[in-house]
Design a protein. Structure first.
Length: 286
């Protein structure tokens, strides 16, 4: 799930051409390159649509136009395997699907969930496991060890997101009717953390990758409560008519998993927990 973050980007409609991921250079695989559609191979480019910003998946530091993140690095590595250069177009989230189905871009790769209703227009390669997690500051680790320990406590959740309903439903499933989880809606992660530190809330909810990034940036200060809930997958999305490109990209991903490149890029961002066992096409069932 994407959550609005206070990042100054200046990239609303810019097109940024990217170089291959540093430290993981590989020669193009001639067999995979030969499997590309002629139109893509002839341009020498893989046109990737993204929607900033959602660290650690895709983002840019304040005052910079340099793209960073797991999706960015993985897309560069895929393009390199196919003998192409990745070129990124940043659009508003509602424009992602139109960008691909009208042929203005080759694929979407931007923390974009594989959902059954989206499969009517798109094909997905599921490449990243995500879900919802409760978390808190490390000083609560002794008293709050599981979701049941949140009963009767206050949880800060991003305003208007599906996390609100999820947290409420966990409370109904785990807690007595007179001791439910009190969910308060507050816009940003920074504010959630402030609420926890000031004692107004005892925990918050975030996507798995968001928590892994937070724990990487501030080691020892935060921890996960319970298991990942509502597990789903981000997928690389293609127009239905672009099956040849989809299969070439899947071939590149399979090769990168076999030689460790996929794991190395995940590890760069502290995301090993989000690895998939295999790259499935249209794996979502809901």
């Amino acid at each position: 799930m994407k959550q609005l973050l206070p990042v100054v980007l200046g990239l609303a409609s810019a097109t940024i051409i990217s170089l291959a991921a540093g430290g993981l250079a590989h020669a193009a695989d001639e067999k995979l390159a030969a499997a590309l559609p002629d139109a893509v191979r002839d341009t020498g480019k893989l046109n990737v649509t993204i929607s900033l910003a959602y660290p650690p998946m895709e983002y840019s530091d304040a005052g910079s136009t340099e793209l960073k993140g797991f999706d960015i690095d993985l897309a560069k590595a895929i393009a390199e395997r196919l003998g192409l250069t990745a070129e990124f177009q940043n659009v508003e989230f509602p424009q992602l699907i139109p960008q691909v189905v009208t042929g203005r871009s080759d694929l979407i790769m931007t923390a974009f969930s594989d959902k059954v209703e989206r499969q009517t227009q798109l094909d997905f390669i599921d490449y990243f496991k995500t879900g919802n997690v409760f978390y808190s500051a490390a000083d609560h680790q002794g008293e709050i060890k599981s979701e049941a320990d949140l009963c009767g406590k206050t949880v800060a959740v991003a305003t208007g997101t599906s996390w609100v309903t999820w947290a409420e439903n966990v409370g109904k499933a785990k807690c007595a009717a007179d001791k439910l989880i009190a969910v308060i809606q507050i816009p940003t992660q920074a504010e959630h953390i402030m609420q926890i530190r000031q004692g107004r809330a005892q925990a918050s909810v975030i996507g798995l990758e968001g928590l892994l990034d937070l724990m990487k940036q501030e080691p020892g200060k935060f921890y996960q409560i319970g298991e990942v809930g509502d597990v789903n997958h981000y997928g690389i999305a293609f127009a239905k008519a672009n099956g040849q490109l989809r299969d070439a990209v899947k071939g590149a991903l399979d090769a990168m998993k076999a030689d460790g490149t996929y794991a190395q890029i995940l590890d760069r961002y502290g995301l090993k927990q989000a690895a998939v066992e295999e790259f499935k096409i249209n794996g979502a069932t809901k």
